[in-house]
Design a protein around this ligand. Structure first.
Ligand code: NI
Length: 173
């Protein structure tokens, strides 16, 4: 297993529509393992393959419970995830490992159904809500070349990207 380098905005791979995975083989499983390691190392709760420079439809998630003392989602490895139903509205403050330090309130569907293949190629369908649903929507967006700053209006997007650019310049000094 390996910890991989996270691509930071405005890396062009984050804008590309990722390719579907045709076979869930050992190479794909290795990639998912490496993505999970990378996500945990960065204290992330979700990671999409384009964020490690691989334009394929792979996502890892491990979302904590919103209720104290309840179990979280555990590690989810998802191949070709597809959101097949969306319901309700919620606003959650999101971050993204490709935009370190930036947090934005984003409106998403509150409940979703998502279909994917697990690491063995077995079809999975889950209905979820809250933080896990939000995280799935954020990661599936990455597979379509959409980043979270695209999900707010123009004025808030400009402010957010200006703050992000400013903090990046300070980091580089
Ligand atoms: Ni992200």
């Amino acid at each position: 297993m390996a910890v991989l380098t996270i691509r930071m905005w405005p890396d062009e791979v984050l804008r590309r529509k990722a390719d579907p995975v045709t076979t869930v083989d050992d190479e794909v499983r290795k990639l998912l393992d490496d993505m999970a390691q990378t996500m945990y190392r960065q204290n992330g709760i979700g990671l999409a393959a384009p964020q490690i420079g691989v334009s394929r439809r792979l996502v890892t998630l491990d979302v904590p419970s919103e209720e104290e003392g309840m179990p979280g989602s555990g590690l989810i490895l998802a191949v070709n995830p597809l959101i097949s139903a969306r319901e309700g509205r919620t606003v959650v403050t999101e971050g993204c490992l490709s935009f370190p330090g930036l947090e934005i309130d984003i409106q998403r569907a509150e409940r979703i159904t998502v279909e994917y293949l697990d690491q063995h190629g077995t079809p999975v369908s889950i209905s979820c809500e809250g933080l896990l649903a939000v995280c799935f929507q954020h990661e599936v967006d990455h597979l379509d070349g959409v980043v979270f700053t695209d999900r707010v209006g123009l004025v808030r997007r400009r402010l957010a990207l200006r703050d992000y650019d400013k903090s990046r310049r300070i980091d580089e000094d």
